[in-house]
Design a binder for this molecule. Structure first.
Ligand SMILES: Cc1ncc(COP(=O)(O)O)c(C=O)c1O
Length: 380
C-alpha cells in the first residue's frame, strides 16, 4: 500500500468500520423479553402505547401513531392532508426516493426543487416559483440530521395556504431554535430503520398537531376500521402496524436517546477537528439556530483533488472503511425525469457527497484512522 508512514504506523482495523450500527444494552433486552413473554392478549399493545406516548413527549408532538416504516408515516400523512390525483407536492430533488414515491402512489405529482448548500433541503429562494393552483403540500426533508429552512418554508406555506409535511426520518434529535424536528409543522414522519439514530430494525412514527388527522390516520392504518362497531370498515384503508415487540425496543432506545445524540455529536467533533480544515470540502453543515444530531457525518468534495468521489470510496473500502454515497437526485431516475430539470446544487452535492462511518459505537481511535486515510488520499 502507498498510504505513507502515518497510516501504516497507526492502529489498523481488523474488520470493516461500518457507516452505522446500533447500541444495544441490557434495558433493550429486558423490554423486548418482557414484550415477548407477556405482550399478548390484553397486553398486546402495551409497549405501543408507551412508546407513542414517550415519543410524543420527546418531540413535543400532540399526537403520535406508530407505523411499520417512515415511508408509511409519510404516506398516511399525505392521505390525511387530502392529497390525491392531480395534486402537486413539493419535494427536494436530493432525498430518498420514497419521498416522491408516496406522492406518486396517491396519483399526485412530486415537484422536484433544488436544495441549497446550507440546509441540504429545499432552496427556499426558488420555492415560490414552483407553487401552482395544484400545490397542496411542501415536504421539507431534514437530510442526514440537518434541518430544512423551516422558517422560510412556513412563511411561504402560510402565504399560499399549503400544508407542511416534515420528513424527519433522518432528523430525530435535531433542534431548530430549541424546538425538536417534527414539532415544526403540521405533521412529520420519523424512521426507525436499522441505520437510524433510534433503530429498531424497521419502524416509523407519524406525529401531528391535528386531532382530525390522527383520528382518520388511526382508522385508515387499520383498513378504515370503525371504532364504534366491531369489524365494520368505514372506508378502504391500509394495513400499517408496528408490533408490540418492536415498540418495546423503541421505548428502551428512546430512553437512551440523550446518550445516542451525545455520541453522535462527539463523533462529529472528532471528525471536524481532523477534517474541518481541509479546503475544498464541505463538512456537515450546522447553521445558526440549529443543533444537529449529526445522524451522518458527511463530506462533499467541491474541488478537484485528483481523485473522484467514487475512487475515494473504493480506496477507503480497501482500507476497511465503509462509506455511503449520497442519494441520487430523484430527477435522475428515468421514471421521474419527465419535467425539464435544472437543479445544479442537488446534482453537485449528490455526485460528490460521501457519508462517513457515523455509528454510535465508533471510537476516537477509529475516527483518527478514518480521518488520516482521507487526508492521505485527498492531500497526497
Ligand atoms: C430521508 C428519508 N425519508 C424517508 C425514509 C423512509 O423511512 P423507512 O425506511 O423507515 O421507510 C428514509 C429512510 O430510509 C429516509 O432516509
Amino acid at each position: 500500500m502507498t498510504y505513507g508512514k502515518i497510516v501504516y504506523k497507526m492502529w489498523q482495523p481488523s474488520k470493516m468500520i461500518l457507516t452505522a450500527g446500533p447500541k444495544i444494552g441490557k434495558n433493550d433486552i429486558r423490554y423486548v423479553s418482557d414484550a415477548v413473554k407477556n405482550g399478548w392478549n390484553l397486553h398486546h399493545s402495551d409497549y405501543i402505547y408507551k412508546f407513542e406516548e414517550a415519543f410524543a413527549k420527546y418531540v413535543n408532538a400532540k399526537y403520535t401513531l406508530s407505523m411499520p416504516h417512515g415511508t408509511s408515516a409519510l404516506h398516511i400523512a399525505l392521505v390525511c392532508m387530502g392529497v390525491g390525483r392531480g395534486d402537486e407536492v413539493i419535494v427536494p430533488d436530493l432525498t430518498y426516493v420514497t419521498c416522491a414515491n408516496v406522492v406518486h402512489q396517491l396519483g399526485a405529482i412530486p415537484i422536484l426543487v433544488d436544495i441549497d448548500r446550507e440546509t441540504w433541503s429545499i432552496d427556499t429562494s426558488r420555492l415560490e416559483k414552483y407553487i401552482t393552483k395544484k400545490t397542496k403540500v411542501i415536504m421539507p426533508v431534514h437530510l442526514y440530521g440537518n434541518i430544512a429552512d423551516m422558517d422560510g418554508i412556513a412563511q411561504i406555506a402560510k402565504k399560499h395556504h399549503l400544508h407542511i409535511l416534515e420528513d424527519a426520518c433522518e432528523g430525530l434529535g435535531s433542534t431548530l431554535h430549541g424546538k425538536q424536528v417534527g414539532s415544526l409543522s403540521d405533521a412529520a414522519a420519523f424512521s426507525f430503520q436499522g441505520a437510524k439514530l433510534l433503530s429498531i430494525g424497521e419502524g416509523g412514527m407519524l406525529v401531528t398537531k391535528h386531532k382530525g388527522w390522527i383520528e382518520r390516520a388511526r382508522s385508515i392504518v387499520d383498513n378504515g376500521i370503525s371504532f364504534t362497531r366491531q369489524f365494520w370498515h368505514n372506508e378502504i384503508g391500509y394495513m400499517y402496524a408496528m408490533s408490540n415487540i418492536q415498540a418495546a425496543l423503541g421505548l428502551s432506545r428512546l430512553e437512551d436517546i440523550d446518550d445516542l445524540i451525545a455520541r453522535k455529536r462527539r463523533i462529529n467533533r472528532w471528525y471536524r477537528e481532523r477534517l474541518g480544515g481541509i479546503k475544498g470540502i464541505q463538512f456537515s453543515p450546522e447553521r445558526k439556530g440549529v443543533v444537529s444530531s449529526f445522524w451522518m457525518n458527511t463530506i462533499v468534495l467541491d474541488t478537484d483533488f485528483g481523485i473522484t468521489r467514487d475512487e475515494l470510496r473504493i480506496k477507503m473500502s480497501e482500507m476497511k472503511i465503509d462509506t455511503r454515497p449520497f442519494f441520487f437526485p430523484i430527477s435522475e431516475f428515468c421514471f421521474y425525469n419527465k419535467q425539464p430539470i435544472n437543479n445544479p446544487v442537488s446534482y453537485h452535492v449528490s455526485h460528490n457527497g460521501i457519508n462517513l462511518p457515523s455509528g454510535v459505537m465508533l471510537t476516537e481511535r477509529m475516527v483518527d484512522y478514518i480521518a488520516s486515510v482521507i487526508r492521505k488520499l485527498l492531500l497526497k
